[in-house]
Design a protein around this ligand. Structure first.
Ligand code: ZN
Length: 569
């Protein structure tokens, strides 16, 4: 089945262009944020939505052979790019070779945008192809390259329905591709067969890394993940990933299933090679110790408070040295929850990993310019990454606080049905502000954070709403923004900029926290629906700001500077 993996020659091209390790000339010439390119071509404008940014991580604290181990992990991680490209579309490898051979300015722009999107379709533009008709690119295949290009969804479904037991589990499992045998019949081919050569190479690098590190949980994960690449059984290595307790925190393998738009069955290869952020990890530990006190003080009827909070899902704060494959395409991942395998989640739960330096890059390249348009000059000084990131941490923790079930034991998620996601995301945001204010009042966090977090949240609301108000986070933000406007806690200046009203913000934040948590405690579906219907809209004064944001970058294009240095040592 090695016919399904990119050829060695194409992979070589790939390694020298796609990983961001070696900055292609086209990247260096990319127009800066908001600056229309000299040629003004449509493609240049599309590319300019991703602001280039150098991602660096301080690795000077890594002792002994750990940097060497890291370099081997990076070599394994780069291979995920080629695997992912092949998973997206069978035509990607040859198209990449064709694009890489074109030295013209337009040719390099095409290659550049191909590498951002990991294919010839613009992920920010509903997957429209950005190449001219002369390239003969089809519509982005919904089945990706997980299922035969000549099969229909109905055929594959019909075939799957004839299977039982292990055959069925294999066919609809995470780690197989569906192909045709010599007789044209559909068959499931395990990843360790379909991607045999590349996975063997990746396993070799992981074993080399394992032999160098002195950190036992890291060594164990690397060895087990190398085994998984060759056995196709990821269970033990997923458990080891949950138990990782090391300065180097790698995530590498087949994970997310978004690219399988037919069924969401098949896992895409990706890698995040990261270092743990010790200062933020300490902050998390400090906040965790405060959670029961915060729960006991929630601004809701005392009978809805939880006298004994359950155990926390683990959260890791890390800085990204390198990301590849599904972990580096289109809009950059800022945080993820893994693994997805139910057996592991049942036994060990899942882990939330927050990518701090990626969030900081987005803050600098998008949020700061947005604040220049959305906020009055005097308020811009209040913008702070520390407040931004601390609030994100608190948001994650607040998901675990407040009513989780009704008095009759029904889960809130069940009672609120389709409204649950938006209400829960809004709750986590707004109660995160409430909680940080409590902690600031008790000097657990610096009062500076409390001063800047409201303004920072206001600016970030515009950043979120830009992505639309159709999914849970966007809906939740619209709800909060409009509620706070109605309460006079956010105000619109005469020039159309927005500001925080210090006299009203604290009460309004507590009020919305109370309203949302009470809806959750009582499972009041009708109230949730009415609130969303009334509040999830983009009002004219908000739209006027959004209209001015067209030239602000939507996201970042990371350059992995530290990874490059490590690999060149
Ligand atoms: Zn959330």
């Amino acid at each position: 089945m090695s016919a399904h993996t990119p050829s060695r020659a194409v992979l070589t091209v790939l390694l020298f262009t796609s990983t961001g390790l070696l900055t292609p000339a086209c990247t260096a010439e990319a127009p800066g944020p908001g600056t229309p390119a000299a040629t003004g071509s449509t493609l240049d404008k599309k590319i300019a939505r991703f602001a280039p940014v150098d991602l660096t991580v301080d690795i000077s604290g890594l002792p002994g052979n750990e940097p060497g181990a890291l370099a081997h992990i990076l070599r394994a991680a780069r291979l995920m790019d080629g695997l992912f490209l092949d998973q997206v579309w069978a035509g990607n490898a040859s198209l990449l070779a064709q694009l890489a051979a074109d030295d013209s300015i337009e040719g390099r722009a095409r290659l550049h945008y191909f590498l951002i999107n990991k294919g010839p379709w613009s992920r920010l533009d509903k997957n429209e192809s950005f190449l001219g008709p002369e390239f003969g690119v089809p519509h982005k295949p919904e089945q990706a390259n997980y299922y035969p290009a000549d099969a229909t969804k109905a055929q594959v479904e019909a075939w799957m329905s004839t299977l039982t037991g292990g055959d069925k589990a294999s066919a609809n499992g995470f780690f197989t591709v569906i192909r045709r045998d010599a007789g044209g019949r559909l068959i499931a081919v395990p990843y360790n067969v379909a991607y045999q050569n590349v996975l063997a190479e990746a396993a070799g690098h992981l074993r080399a890394a394992a032999s160098m590190t002195a950190q036992p949980t890291l060594k164990k994960f690397l060895e087990l993940r190398a085994d998984a690449f060759q056995s196709n059984d990821y269970y033990a290595s997923d458990i080891a990933w949950m138990e990782l307790d090391a300065t180097i925190e790698p995530t590498i393998g087949p994970y997310e299933t978004y690219e399988d738009e037919w069924f969401g069955f098949k896992a895409a290869f990706e890698a995040f090679v990261t270092l743990r952020d010790d200062a933020e990890t300490k902050k998390l530990g400090m906040f965790s110790a405060e959670l029961q006190t915060l729960e006991n003080a929630l601004p809701i009827d005392a009978k809805y408070r939880n006298a004994r909070l359950g155990a926390l899902a683990p959260i890791r704060v890390v800085n990204v040295i390198f990301a590849a494959g599904d972990g580096n395409r289109g809009v950059q991942t800022a945080a993820f929850n893994l693994p997805n395998d139910d057996r592991v989640v049942k036994e060990k739960g899942s882990k939330r990993v927050m990518l701090k330096n990626v969030q900081e890059a987005k803050f600098q390249k998008a949020l700061v310019p947005i604040s220049g348009i959305a906020l009055a000059a005097a308020d811009r000084a209040n913008l702070s990454f520390e407040a931004f990131f601390t609030h994100i941490l608190m948001h994650e923790l607040m998901h675990g606080l407040g009513p989780q079930q009704l008095t009759d034991g029904t889960a809130v998620r069940h009672a609120l049905k389709n409204t649950y996601g938006a209400i829960e995301e809004a709750k986590a945001d707004i109660s995160g502000l409430w909680a940080l204010q409590q902690l600031a009042d008790r000097a657990v966090v610096s009062p500076q954070i409390a001063r800047s977090m409201y303004t920072t949240f206001l600016a970030s609301a515009f950043r979120s709403i830009r992505f639309g108000i159709t999914e849970a986070h966007g809906k939740g933000i619209a709800l909060q923004l409009n509620y706070l406007l109605d309460k006079g806690a956010f105000v619109v200046n005469a020039d159309g900029t927005f500001a925080v009203n210090d006299a009203k913000i604290k009460d309004a934040v507590a009020g919305l926290t109370r309203d949302l948590m009470t809806i959750q405690a009582t499972g009041d579906y009708a109230a949730a629906e009415a609130l969303l219907k009334q509040m999830v809209v983009i009002r004219p004064e908000v739209q006027r700001v959004l209209d001015k944001l067209l030239d602000v970058p939507v996201d970042i294009e990371p350059r992995f500077v530290t990874a490059k240095t490590l690999l060149n040592r």
